[in-house]
Write a protein that binds this ligand. Structure first.
Ligand code: ZN
Length: 383
């Protein structure tokens, strides 16, 4: 072979290695979470559907069972892994939540495949960190859908099961279009099917799916709820606005748009679903470089310019929209939904306490995470 060919092969190999090695490291990077005193059990989602066992779609479920019997709630984080504050909320609750009555289940990485890789063309960083007194707590930034390496090839059109609605091909890998799922479908459908089985077998009353959305998108700073969940959502939204002084509103779940958690979970089980959105401006198309700092402080000059022109759906100024605020909002809205549920369903109460918006914004998120090096090794989970 000529020298020229060797040089070309070498150059291609360099590009592949320079691009591939960081992705390989990210796919194998583990986030650490210290199970707090409230955690009673950790198990795999495949407990409810063996077809998920041994796949990248299988994921940890943390159970926090109160001393007194009551209702049951499931909190799903990481449906879209490029909306990373959801997993940060999940870890905050796993480490700090106290359940007095009933049971809370928490899934930190629902779309685990997506959490293990970057979004092609998204320009997102691979990680971001939250400062604590004991060092930096590092998190992965993932993909919106499952990685193509885990679910491939994509269909020309994604035909929703069982409704038959035609959705974009890319939604075959979207765990918020694949509900209620099926045991012999795409991996995304197996994940949602396993979760539907869990909801039905455990008799879960409330399901909360955590997201972030663009500040330029109207469905943000809100609770999306179908008809059956509406009165609880409206009460929760009004209470957080009144008591905790942050913006929130309710969006109706459209009955003709299929595959979404806030639609299908309610239609295919007795559970009341809620989908929560908070504004993650790193998702807006117009930002400057999408840095780890942007995910943490939510400060961007172009989003600020858009705010001045009245183009945003959220209050936004030089302060940005930090992850402390986004996580604080989610934590407060979750607690208010469970409170409103309990008010209306005294026979199935879910009574919990966890840090709220004001505590988190005043003290900083970092003050709520335990130092793994000083924690009991049996209580550390690698996600
Ligand atoms: Zn989302």
């Amino acid at each position: 072979m000529s020298l020229r060919k060797w040089i070309i092969i070498g150059a291609v190999a360099l590009v592949v290695l320079a691009g591939g090695i960081p992705l390989y490291i990210q796919r194998n990077f583990k986030e650490e979470v210290v199970a707090g005193p409230g955690v009673t059990q950790v198990f795999k989602l495949s407990r409810y559907f063996s077809g998920l066992a041994g796949t990248v779609g299988d994921t940890d479920v943390f159970e926090l069972k109160g001393e007194k019997e009551g209702g049951k709630a499931l909190i799903i984080a990481g449906t879209h892994a490029n909306e990373p504050s959801a997993a940060v909320v999940a870890y905050l609750l796993i480490e700090n939540m106290k359940v007095e009555q009933g049971t809370v289940y928490i899934i930190p990485h629902f779309n685990r495949s997506g959490s293990l890789g970057a979004q092609p063309g998204g320009g997102f960083p691979l990680y971001f960190s939250i400062k604590t007194d004991w060092g930096e707590k590092k998190f992965r930034v993932g993909d919106r859908g499952l990685q193509a390496i885990d679910q491939w090839p994509d269909p020309d059109v994604f035909v929703h099961y069982p409704d038959g609605q035609l959705l974009s091909y890319i939604d075959a890998r979207n765990t918020n279009r694949a509900w209620p799922g099926r045991p012999d479908g795409f991996l995304a459908e197996k994940i949602t099917y396993a979760t539907m089985e869990m909801i039905r077998k455990e008799g879960i009353n409330v399901v909360i799916d955590l997201h972030e959305a663009e500040a330029m998108f109207p469905v943000t700073n809100c609770i999306v709820a179908p008809e059956k969940s509406k009165s609880i959502a409206i009460a929760a939204s009004l209470f957080v606005k009144g008591k905790e002084k942050f913006e929130n509103h309710v969006e109706p779940s459209p009955s003709s748009f299929r595959g979404l958690s806030h639609r299908e979970i309610g239609d295919w089980s007795d559970a009341y679903p809620f989908l929560l959105e908070s504004p993650g401006v790193h998702l807006d198309q117009i930002t400057a470089a999408k840095t780890p700092q942007l995910i943490v402080d939510g400060k961007d000059p172009f989003v600020l310019e858009a705010a001045k022109k009245g183009l945003l759906y959220v209050p936004y100024d030089e302060q940005g929209f930090s992850i402390d605020r986004r996580v604080g909002q989610h934590s407060s809205v979750i607690q208010e939904i469970l409170k409103q549920w309990t008010r209306k369903h005294a026979d199935e109460p879910i009574v919990v306490s966890a840090p709220k918006y004001k505590d988190i914004v005043q003290n900083g998120l970092g003050s709520f995470y335990n130092d793994p090096s000083k924690s009991d090794k049996d209580r550390i989970y690698y996600e």
